[in-house]
Design a protein around this ligand. Sequence first.
Ligand SMILES: [Zn+2]
Length: 141
Amino acid sequence: MNKRCPTCGALYNGRRWIPKPDNQTVREYAKEGCRNATCPGCLRLERRQIEGIVTLRGSFFDRHKDEVWNLVNRVAKNKEKRNVSSRILDVAQDNGDTVIQTTDEHLAERMGKELQKAFKGNLVMKWQEGGALVRVFWERD
Ligand SMILES: [Zn+2]
């Protein structure tokens, strides 16, 4: 039986979740019949499962907020298209830093790498020993 996530609309066909399905796929699944089931990505958001913490620091970010956010959101969207579990959980301010929590360590890593590729700056990544948590620090003045 197919499943559909009532929160984000992802579809499941018995093998894998399809994040952000196009209209055609949604219609096909609806025709075959779907039951509601929360997808792994929305479950991680509900449980507040944090696998990555990305800290943005420095005056470059203050001067180029739009460009930086565009890149962060683009990375998140691309990642979610391939992996339904990969989400931004929360964004907060902490002593002038901007802190992004993600439900997927690979998303946090990718954000850090793409930020450095696009805007240079200093990138540090620290993996928690024995656990699926990465802390990513990106800084540019
Ligand atoms: Zn979902």
